[in-house]
Design a protein around this ligand. Structure first.
Ligand SMILES: *Cc1c(COP(=O)(O)O)cnc(C)c1O
Length: 392
């Protein structure tokens, strides 16, 4: 049976929002692969009319997401950016968004290139210091767009401090919780109005689905987002909803293991002579380590580091030689990935601007998976060694 509201996190992952199928007793939520539903007479039906408006597999996932983020309602969309697109449709022309200056590239593009021409202005500011955020708020500001940890510099933003400011100034606070997952932090419990996920990452967890979600406790915001989900129509398909529901059943196990692996990899990188800087919130000398400790259960499985030989060629050599770490965009799957932000996800940002935030030419980003830590460590060590022996 569906878990009670006070059940703990692992129980919610597995049971939250899901009851055996009423028709057959099927323990797993079936994939209701249909576009429409039979009606007995006009307007008399079992609660479902058309699948853009509602689908039982999607409903189960939405209840589950609400449970694991400690929200009341969740609304799913066909991708993380579709979820963001609909959140931004809560605004009016003339409104302004204040967003983190270290932001997912696609979020930056949506804010500037898509919503800019519709009269929604965005400014990108350093959110690490809450006083700086307070200072930047203008009469037009209506929304704070918070990402933490950030990509790829793994900066930490104090969620409770910023949502408090947002509430005092009557701004909507939105936290993109993709990098942490609800296993590590639950922003609604820290005062956020909306939590956003690219379910493509940790929630799905197996690199086989693209999806997004928004979770809230606010009835009015939920109503408006359900309205937009149906009216704008960026809904996920039932098979994808099934895959994310299944992924979430092991979310706590996967993220916990990935965090343990990340810790072991950081220890090895610290001892490696070729490595210059390591960006990982679990290090005591990370500038916001104390905030991370307070608001996160563990420090995540994303690590960035750069090389003493700070060139694209040196980084390329490392990435060419990893065998287990696959060179690919994305993150949060069971398999470990390696990426090069300067040439991949952040290539569109001018070099000077990149360098000013520490995103150097040799910066390498790891999404640590759940393989055996010893194998991951060995793979990285041999790739670093091979890179020195064969300079480009
Ligand atoms: C991937 C990602 C998104 C976008 O999600 P899609 O599912 O790819 O549309 C948004 N925010 C963050 C932090 C992401 O990593």
């Amino acid at each position: 049976m569906s878990a009670q509201k006070d059940a703990n996190f692992a129980t919610q992952c597995i049971h939250g929002g899901q009851d055996p199928d009423p028709l057959t007793g099927s323990v797993m939520t079936p994939i209701y692969q249909t576009s429409t539903y039979a009606q007995e007479e006009p307007g008399k039906h079992k609660g479902y009319e058309y699948a853009r408006t509602g689908n039982p597999t999607r409903d189960a996932l939405q209840r589950n997401l609400a449970a694991i983020e400690k929200g009341e309602q969740a609304i799913c969309f066909s991708s993380g950016l579709a979820a963001m697109d609909n959140v931004l449709k809560l605004l009016q022309p003339g409104d302004e968004v204040l967003a983190s200056d270290d932001l997912y590239g696609g979020s930056y593009r949506l804010l500037t290139a898509v919503f800019g021409p519709f009269g929604i202005k965005s400014r990108f500011i350093d959110m690490r210091d809450p006083a700086n955020v307070e200072k930047e708020i203008s009469a037009a500001t209506k929304m704070l767009w918070i990402e933490t940890p950030t990509n790829p510099m793994l900066n930490i933003v104090d969620i409770a401090a910023l949502t408090k400011i947002a509430a005092e100034r009557q701004l909507l606070s939105v936290v993109d919780n993709t990098f942490a997952s609800p296993y590590l932090q639950q922003p609604l419990t820290m005062g956020a109005d909306l939590v956003l996920h690219s379910a493509t990452k940790y929630l799905g967890g197996h690199s086989d689905v693209v999806m997004g979600a928004v979770i809230t406790r606010n009835e009015d915001l939920a109503k408006r987002l359900y309205y937009l989900q149906n009216a704008a129509g960026a809904v996920p398909g039932p098979q994808d909803c099934f895959l994310v529901l299944r992924g979430i059943k092991t979310l706590h196990l996967r993220v916990q293991r990935a965090c343990e692996n990340a810790r072991k990899i950081v220890e090895v990188l610290q001892k490696n002579d070729l490595v210059a800087n390591i960006y990982y919130p679990g290090l005591p000398d990370h500038p916001r380590h104390e905030v991370a400790k307070r608001q996160m259960r563990d420090f995540g499985a994303m690590i960035s580091f750069d090389l003493k030989e700070d060139t694209l060629a040196a980084a390329t050599q490392v990435m060419k030689h990893t065998k287990l770490f696959t060179l690919a965009e994305s993150l949060g799957g069971v398999e470990s990935l390696v990426g090069h932000p300067a040439s991949m996800t952040h290539a569109s940002i001018p070099r000077e601007q990149r360098l000013s935030v520490g995103l150097t030419d040799s910066l390498i980003r790891l999404s640590v998976g759940v393989e055996d830590a010893d194998d991951l460590v060995k793979d990285l060590e041999q790739a670093l060694a091979a890179a020195v022996q064969q300079p480009a």
